[in-house]
Design a binder for this molecule. Structure first.
Ligand code: FE
Ligand code: ZN
Ligand code: FE
Ligand code: FE
Length: 197
């Protein structure tokens, strides 16, 4: 199937992104670049998660995050296997998105009282991270498949399944925590009302 390209005059359009001299010209280069990005992202997550675990009040949430932290450490080494399988050196390149997502997680913790409300916030931050990872692994597995890097594709799909599972676990936990967080607010409000009386 041939893809129809729209014709555009790039030189005169200021909204057209000008490529750097080092820019990827093929799918393989794009694949390797994004692999480096994801490698940095996974390492960043292993640094950010202990704080999220420490700040969780729900035992179920803390346990789920602890399990996924252990899983994440394996994912880092699995990415090293991906690099090896395509004959590339494992290099980490800063992922601006993950740097932002973990920073936002910090802000959410600072902006919430410890307890179920902060737990709800931690879950929201965690799920945003999982979704970014799902998008990344899904894309990279597809790139790998097209490039004929089947071992890499299998490894990436293995992690993709773990990320989906982690996301689903957080959704399950959020079902009860979000309701409790809502009740907590109702309680605080009624306390404030009774204090005013
Ligand atoms: Fe991960
Ligand atoms: Zn990134
Ligand atoms: Fe945001
Ligand atoms: Fe994850």
């Amino acid at each position: 199937m041939k893809i129809k390209m729209k014709n555009s005059d790039s030189k005169s359009d200021p909204k057209k992104v000008k490529a750097k001299s080092t820019a990827a010209s093929g799918l393989r280069e794009l694949f390797v670049d994004q692999l480096k990005d994801l490698y940095w992202a996974e390492k960043e997550i292993t640094k950010a998660m202990p704080k999220m675990i420490k700040n969780s009040t729900s035992e179920e949430l803390a346990q789920a995050l602890t399990n996924h932290l252990e899983e994440t450490k394996v994912q880092v080494t699995r990415l090293e296997e991906v690099f090896a399988s395509i004959g590339e050196k494992a290099v980490a390149k800063k992922c601006e998105a993950m740097a932002g997502l973990t920073k936002e997680g910090e802000e959410i913790m600072k902006g919430t009282q410890e307890g179920v409300v902060r737990d709800a916030g931690i879950i929201s931050a965690g799920q945003k991270i999982e979704h970014y990872e799902m998008a990344s692994y899904g894309t990279l597995a597809s790139f790998a498949r097209v490039l004929g890097e089947n071992e890499a594709a299998d490894l990436l799909e293995e992690t993709l399944a773990e990320e989906k599972n982690a996301d689903e676990t957080l959704t399950q936990i959020s079902d009860s925590i979000n309701v409790e967080a809502d009740e907590e607010e109702a309680e605080t409000e009624s306390q404030t009302v009774s204090q005013k009386k």
